[in-house]
Design a protein around this ligand. Structure first.
Ligand SMILES: O=c1ccn([C@@H]2O[C@H](COP(=O)(O)OP(=O)(O)O[C@H]3OC[C@@H](O)[C@H](O)[C@H]3O)[C@@H](O)[C@H]2O)c(=O)[nH]1
Length: 324
């Protein structure tokens, strides 16, 4: 970390037991911080650190007011289901988490005089009509559709952050995070990288929804954690910042990369690529303009999709041996 470091602070991570959250928690612990996790989900991702005396875990929902004893000076507000699979299963819970949860997090930040970083998303751009997407692009979101709970939920979360900054002077950072992946994301998550890796190592077909031409820019989870931590400690409070990779990959290309990487580690290709119907409102082209993050934070991702896929495949294979 650079000057103005968060070294001595007590840090709250909402959603700290989730995929991205648990990486962030381990990173903060590894640099000497005292960390409080507020999470109502499974704690498996924190198994290797849960006896750390600098870690406190509170099993509660962000939709209840935050316990006042936490008194953190930094809040990373990550709590929310992020897989499109969940958007169809629990849309009301997602909306409530985004609105009530973010309201509670911002109120805690105001009371404790803490700085807060909101984990927003590339989904605020919806199905973009501008590519690449700079932070100034206002997006193309369907507010009455299957992704609306998350897309509009995160948009209202950003609006809440803006309102709290203007009206109560809360010190806010907003990271618009683009597709994160890596070891530890469960096969059942539904997001594409782990779904493809899981299918390939289980010798099942890789199912592409749509034509295969839809694109995403995938960032390895460690890169994302580094970017988010730098943003938290930067002076950039003017507005949201894209945190992502600028390398655009179509789903057909991703499927091919996964098949190649699994074949290399497992000596042979046992799956093929098949196509299923398109999903409603699926963004067709998504790529961040990350010039702001490069200029302000000096940050850009350094793990290539090929290397990150290799690490993810290795993790899936190892967990298979341990009865994943
Ligand atoms: O098995 C699959 C899963 C997904 N897909 C496709 O792969 C693409 C990416 O889908 P994912 O489910 O991984 O994620 P999405 O990019 O749609 O949404 C994600 O965006 C960024 C985050 O904030 C969230 O994690 C999530 O909303 C889509 O075009 C989807 O249709 C497949 O072809 N097959």
């Amino acid at each position: 970390m650079t000057a103005g470091s968060d070294r001595s602070s007590r840090i709250l991570v909402t959603g700290g037991a989730g995929f991205l959250g648990s990486y962030l928690v381990k990173s903060l612990l590894s640099t000497g911080h005292e960390v409080v996790v507020l999470d109502n989900g499974c704690l498996k991702n924190l198994e290797e650190v849960n006896s750390n005396p600098r870690l406190e875990i509170i099993q509660a929902s962000v939709t209840s007011p935050f316990p006042s004893h936490i008194q953190a000076s930094r809040i990373y507000h990550l709590a929310c289901h992020a897989s499109p699979k969940q958007f169809g299963l629990r849309p009301l819970e997602i909306l409530e988490t985004c609105y009530v949860g973010t309201k509670n997090a911002l109120e805690a930040a105001r009371k404790w005089n803490a700085r807060i970083l909101l984990a927003s998303t590339s989904e605020v751009y919806g199905n973009p009509q501008v590519c690449p997407q700079p932070e100034t692009y206002n997006g193309n979101v369907n507010c009455f559709g299957p992704r609306a709970c998350y897309d509009e939920g995160k948009r209202v979360a950003e609006a809440l952050a803006y309102a709290h900054r203007e009206q109560s002077g809360v010190d806010v950072r907003i990271a618009r995070i683009f597709n994160v992946y890596g070891p530890g994301m469960p096969a059942s998550d539904g997001r594409v990288v782990c779904s493809f890796v899981d299918a390939a190592i289980s010798s099942r077909d890789l199912v592409i929804t749509g034509s295969g031409a839809a694109s995403r820019c995938f960032q390895y989870v460690d890169d994302c954690v580094a970017g988010v931590r730098l943003l938290m400690e930067s002076a950039w409070s003017q507005g949201p910042m894209n945190i992502g990779s600028e390398t655009e990959t179509t789903m057909a290309e991703l499927a091919e990369i996964v098949l190649q990487r699994v074949a290399a580690q497992r000596h042979g290709r046992r799956s093929k690529i098949v196509y299923d119907g398109a999903v409603k409102d699926d963004p067709q082209r998504r790529r961040p303009d990350c010039s702001l993050a490069k200029r302000v934070l000096g940050w850009e991702p350094c793990v290539s999709l090929e290397d990150g896929t290799d690490r993810t495949v290795a993790w899936f294979l190892a967990s298979d041996e341990n009865d994943r």
